[in-house]
Design a protein around this ligand. Structure first.
Ligand SMILES: [Zn+2]
Ligand SMILES: [Zn+2]
Length: 144
């Protein structure tokens, strides 16, 4: 598999015990759906995990290392974090973004008290909560 940014071969590496494909040049990482779920599990308890929320997606010019389709970019939860994903194959995290995902996950207890201003936002939140996995959530978002 090639890095979507640098087009060099990705190398298998361990990120805190989770096996991922990493780019030796830009330090970006490719996670399959399962891998990213495992990675999220490192930081949060199963109840909190249900809170993943994605609001905005847009197409990018990056290519999926598996199928070469253009990746879509989405905003992670309510935070200013963009992750690129192929709905069929996985997620691309640029260097340092994995750290931010973990950091955001660890804020979860605080975000539980976050006030949802719009009721619609809350309904959307609940819909994501009921989705079985991170991957399913992304997929359903892209299919909306
Ligand atoms: Zn790269
Ligand atoms: Zn793909």
């Amino acid at each position: 598999m090639k890095c979507p940014r640098c087009n060099v071969d990705l190398q298998t590496s361990q990120d805190r015990g989770v096996e991922v494909q990493a780019c030796p040049k830009c330090q970006g990482k490719w996670f399959t759906a399962t891998e990213l779920d495992e990675f999220e599990d490192l930081a949060i308890d199963p109840e909190a995990k249900a809170g993943s929320l994605y609001l905005v997606t847009r197409p990018t010019t990056l290519k999926c290392p598996v199928c070469s389709a253009n990746l879509s970019s989405f905003d992670y939860r309510f935070y200013d974090l963009k992750i690129d994903c192929c709905p069929d194959h996985g997620y691309w995290l640029d260097a340092g973004e994995d750290q931010r995902v973990l950091a955001l996950m660890r804020q979860e207890p605080a975000s539980k008290e976050r006030k949802f201003e719009a009721e619609e936002k809350w309904a959307q939140h609940m819909r994501w909560i009921q989705s079985p996995t991170f991957f399913a959530k992304i997929k359903s978002l892209l299919e909306d």
